[in-house]
Design a protein around this ligand. Sequence first.
Ligand code: G6Q
Length: 549
Amino acid sequence: MNPINQSPAWRKLQQRAEGIGKLSMRQLFAEDVSRAERMSVDACGIHLDYSKNLVDDDILQQLGMLIETADVGGWRDRMTAGDAINNTEQRAVLHMALRNRGDRPYRVGGDDVMPGVLGVLAQMRAFSEAVRSGAWLGHGGKPMTDVVSIGIGGSSLGPMMVCEALQAYQSPALRVHFVSNVDGAQLTQTLQSLDAETTLFVIASKTFTTQETLTNARTARAWCVDALGDEAAIARHFVAVSTNADEVAAFGIDTDNMFAFWDWVGGRYSLWSAIGLPIALAVGMERFEQLLAGAHAMDEHFIAAPTEANMPMILALLGIWNSNFLGAGSHAVIPYDQNLRNLPTYLQQADMESNGKRVTRDGMAIDYATGPVVWGQPGTDAQHSFFQLIHQGTRLVPTDFVLPLRSHYPVGDHHAKLVANCLAQSQALMQGKTAAEAEAELVAAGMAPEAVARLLPHKVFPGNRPSNLLLLEQVTPAALGALIALYEHKIFVQGIVWGLDSYDQWGVELGKQLAGKLLQVFADPSAGAGLDGSTAALVERYRRAGSEK
Ligand code: G6Q
C-alpha cells in the first residue's frame, strides 16, 4: 500500500489545513445553529460532542476517506477473525473476545477461544466471591481484609485505574492496593499497615519473568513467610495471573491458584482478562461483568456503525486532523471526576505504547507524525496549573474533557460547580476572547487608557482551540467499560491509518537489556569495560555511595 500521506484525501486535507486560518469556530457556530447537534454522536451511554473542533463538513468528509483508504474495515475484520495483526510478534489481537457477551465467534488458528475465556471468568467468580464473602481463609484461619496486586505496566495500570474509578462501589471490608515500582518504597509503605494473616497477594504478570514484579513478589513472599512462620502459608496468601504456568510453579505458587490468559491478549489491553482479578475482588464479579458488557457494547458499535456515526472512528480522525494537519504534538485528557484521576496515566500507556512508532508494519520509515504525547490530570485541579498554556500558549493542545453528569458523591453544590467549570473550559477554548472584548472589559472596570494598552495583549485569548466533550450519565462499571473500549478502538483506527503495528512495544526493550548489564557491572566492575564515559562515571559514583547489590 502507498503511504497514507500520498493519498488524495491526505493531500486535500493538507490543502484545507493551509487555509485553516480563515476558519473560525465562533463563526461556524453563529452560521449553523445545528452544528452541535450534527457534530455529536451517542453510543453505549456516552455522548460525544465534537463540534468544538476546527472542522467543517468538507474536512470531516475528507477525514472519513482515510478510513476507506487505509482499509480500516478490512483490518477490523482481520482483528476479529483472529489474524495475527500484531505482525512483528505474530500474534492475534483479541481483547474483544474477553468481553464478548454475545454469540460472535472468536477464533485463533481455527480454535474457538470462548470456552477458555468463560472458564477463567467462572474461576474468577468463584474465587472473588469466596474472598469477598470471607469464605476464603488465610493460613491462620482468618478472612482477608487486604489484597495487594503486584504487577507493572499493562499488568497494573488498567486494574488500578478501574478500581479507583469504581471506588464508590467498593466496601471498606476489603481494601485493594497496587504495587508496581521496583523502588522498595512502594512495597514497604504498602506492607507497613498490613497484617500478613489477612493479606492476599495477586501476582499479575503475563510472562512471569518481569524484573520489577518478580522482585516485589519475592520480597512480599519473604514478608509473608516470615510473619506467618510457615512456607505452607503461600498456598492461602498468593495467587498468580499469568500465561506462564512453569514460572508460576517455579515461584512456589500452586497452579491451582493460577488464573490463565493467552498470548493474544496484549498487556495494555488485558484488564478484561484475569488481569482484572483485583477489580472483581474490589467491586464484585457482577460489576466486573458489567464493565465487560459496557466494553462489548462499544465493540459492537465499532464493528457496526458507519464512519460518520462511529464514535471511535470520529475520535481517531479528529486526532489525526489535529496532529498530522494542524501540528498538535500532544493530546490532553482531562476527566472532571476525581476517581478517574488515573485515566490519563492509563491512556498514556494505551496510546503511546501502541502508536509511538516510527516505522510501518513492513518496517519502512514513516515521514509523518504518529502517536501524540498523551497527558492530563483531573479538572478542576488542572485549571489551576497547566491550563494557562492550553488557553494562551504557543502550542496547540487538543483536549478531551470527560464528564459524568451525575456524581456518586452528591454533596452540596460541588457537582454543579464541577460541571460548570468543565463546560466553561471547553467553551473558553473554542470562543476565546478578542482584543475588542478584552478592551471593553478593562475599560468598564475603570482602567486608565495607558494601563489598558499595556495589559491588553495579555488579556486576549485566541480561542479556536479544539476540544471534545465526552459525557457519561455516571461513572458506572458499564459506562467505564464503554469509555475504555472507545479509546482502545480509537487507538486501533489511528494505528491502521498510520500503517503501523499498534500491538508490539519493542521500544521498551533496550533499557531493560542495559539495566540487566549494569546490574552485572555492579556485581563485577570488570564487566564494565567498554561502557561510555558518562555511564561509567555514574556507576562509579553509585559504587562509592556503597550500597550496590
Ligand atoms: C503492555 C506491555 C507492558 C507489560 C509489562 C508487564 O502492553 O507489554 O506494559 O504489560 O511489561 O509485563 P508482564 O505482564 O509480563 O509482567
